[in-house]
Design a protein around this ligand. Structure first.
Ligand SMILES: C[S@@+](CC[C@H](N)C(=O)[O-])C[C@H]1O[C@@H](n2cnc3c(N)ncnc32)[C@H](O)[C@@H]1O
Length: 269
């Protein structure tokens, strides 16, 4: 069955769909991306036009398909120890917090497939000694969260993990898992993953010492960024820190945090 090329009007419907669902502003230039990513879903439902697929998504009868479309339209690129300065900063903060009795809590607020959260976990396991700590990783995409919970990655994806951490915190796969690494159980037990849409009011997550909100604001317009940042900052403890991607900015977005280094902000104590 042949699928008709997406029309401008249909593309506008998908721009609206992903904006309403996730707050993602998709540029007109992304037409080929939408076509490439969704064509197999039209085929799965034996639909010939993107308009028909949009109708199916809008009917309210297919919540799983809506989630699948969101999964396909989000960009989930990530890797271990991406933007290393933030992990050095995390280490310094964790060491300072070693004498506190309450758990040191960190949130990876658009965690994708978990590499960011497990990189944090390796740093904390290395330096927190007896101070309790925990990490929450959240994302809108259930597909990447399933991968994050599995904690099984190709060795190639682990190439930025420091050798010492690789040896101490990961198991090397054998047999059918040859060429893979598994984050060890001890670390996994301190990292929880949950679906959270940053574009909606947040569920009760508790308070965090540090939040990473990295490489997701690039997909949001100014107003969405403002709302998302306000929500995220509300979960920071007074004196807590907030890290954004190196190519992102908080200019005209919030006055509630102060910059302490490029892409690192502090909520006043
Ligand atoms: C490019 S990845 C960034 C991953 C990681 N933070 C990093 O810097 O490597 C962006 C992630 O944001 C997620 N995302 C997009 N919109 C979201 C929303 N409204 N709520 C929660 N997560 C969202 C996507 O599913 C994707 O996994």
């Amino acid at each position: 069955m042949s699928i008709r090329p997406i029309t401008d009007a249909e593309f506008t419907q998908f721009q609206r769909f992903i904006f309403d669902a996730a707050g993602i502003s998709m540029a007109d230039a992304k037409k080929a991306l939408v076509t490439g990513r969704l064509t197999k879903r039209l085929a799965a439902h034996q639909l010939q036009s993107f308009g028909d697929y949009f109708k199916l998504l809008s009917s309210g009868d297919h919540p799983d398909e809506v989630q699948m479309a969101i999964d396909l339209l989000t960009t989930n690129e990530t890797y271990f120890f991406r933007e290393i300065k933030h992990f050095e900063f995390l280490r310094a903060q964790a060491i300072e917090a070693r004498n506190q009795s309450r758990p040191f809590r960190v949130w990876s607020a658009a965690s994708s497939s978990g590499e960011e959260a497990y990189s944090m976990a390796m740093v904390l396991e290395d330096c927190m000694q007896t101070t309790p700590w925990d990490i929450l990783g959240t994302d809108i995409s259930t597909r990447v969260l399933d991968g994050a919970r599995r904690a099984l990655y190709s060795m190639e994806r682990g190439r930025h993990i420091p050798t010492d951490y690789l040896r101490r915190y990961c198991r090397k796969g054998a047999g059918q898992y040859e060429g893979m690494l598994l984050v060890n159980r001890q670390l996994r037990s301190k990292v929880a993953f949950a679906q959270v849409n940053l574009n909606m009011p947040l569920p009760a997550l508790g308070q965090f010492d540090i939040v990473f909100l990295r490489n997701v604001m690039i997909y949001f317009n100014h107003e969405t960024k403002r709302q998302v940042v306000a929500r995220v900052i509300s979960t920071l403890r007074p004196g807590g820190h907030f890290c954004i991607g190196h190519s992102e900015s908080l200019n005209d977005i919030t006055q509630a945090v102060q910059m302490v280094a490029p892409s690192i902000y502090k909520k006043p104590a």
